[in-house]
Design a protein around this ligand. Structure first.
Ligand SMILES: CSCCC(=O)C(=O)COP(=O)(O)O
Ligand code: MG
Length: 231
């Protein structure tokens, strides 16, 4: 069976600055209006209530929004925040406020691997709807059709080996049949612990200090998708 390629997004297929300087500020700015307009809808309320409960009980929407904005500033990978961010970004993509840059080497390799019969899947802290939005609205057009698997933190955290075992189970393949690409060594460590193959994507534009030797954690290291060795 051909290797299944599982990829991270931020710092791997797309720049960290797009997420930090475009997506996060957009969500931060638009959240108050989004919650005021959609806070009564069950799919939105469910996540707002979860934030309220974690904040010690009932609180007003204005306080929930403030909490969420604080989590954006801290780059918390909280499932409720990620679900709500995804909903807010929907308007951004639909109104063409922005499109998602995907590194050209990643676009080319993803197309090539797909064309060669490899299954492609995404594992990101961004919610699955947010992942689908991003790959449907890239600078290179709609790439969402290349992927047949989408995973977010509802399968578990990206630094936990159990999450990767679950992903392998959902994809219906042995862990060793999956190659995971990420810019975060701790994520690769967890994937390797679960038996996945791994490669550190160490892009100079995202990481000016190259992570070579011990800093690569023993994972194969590439500076772009064109260097990835897919068995
Ligand atoms: C789905 S795009 C937004 C990505 C995001 O919210 C995020 O936190 C990035 O996490 P990743 O796991 O892709 O590094
Ligand atoms: Mg990343």
């Amino acid at each position: 069976m051909r290797t299944v390629i599982l990829t991270d997004i931020e710092g791997t297929t797309s720049s960290i600055s797009f997420v930090k300087d475009v997506l996060f500020p957009y969500a931060r700015r638009e959240l108050p209006r989004f919650v005021a307009e959609h806070g009564h809808e069950p799919e939105v309320r469910r996540w707002l209530d979860q934030v309220a409960i974690e904040n010690g009980g009932l609180c007003q929407d204005a306080m929930i929004v403030e909490t969420l904005q604080g989590w954006i500033d801290e780059d918390r990978k909280h499932t409720a925040l990620k679900a709500l961010q995804g909903m807010v970004w929907t308007a951004g993509y639909r109104n063409a406020d922005f499109t998602a840059p995907v590194y050209p080497d990643a676009v080319a390799a993803l197309r090539r691997w797909h064309g060669n019969g490899h299954r492609l899947a995404v594992y990101s802290s961004g919610s699955v709807p947010a992942q689908k939005l991003l790959f449907s609205h890239t600078d290179a057009g709609d790439l969402s059709g290349l992927f047949s698997g989408w995973f977010d933190t509802t399968v578990g955290g990206k630094r936990e080996a159990a999450s990767y075992a679950r992903i392998a189970g959902e994809l219906g393949v042995e862990p060793g049949a999956i190659l995971f690409l990420s810019d975060v060594v701790a994520e690769l460590d967890a994937a390797r612990e679960a038996g996945l193959r791994t490669t550190l994507v160490d892009r100079a534009s995202d990481y000016p200090e190259p992570r070579t030797g011990a800093a690569a954690g023993g994972h194969p290291r590439v500076t772009g998708f064109d260097e990835v060795a897919v068995a």
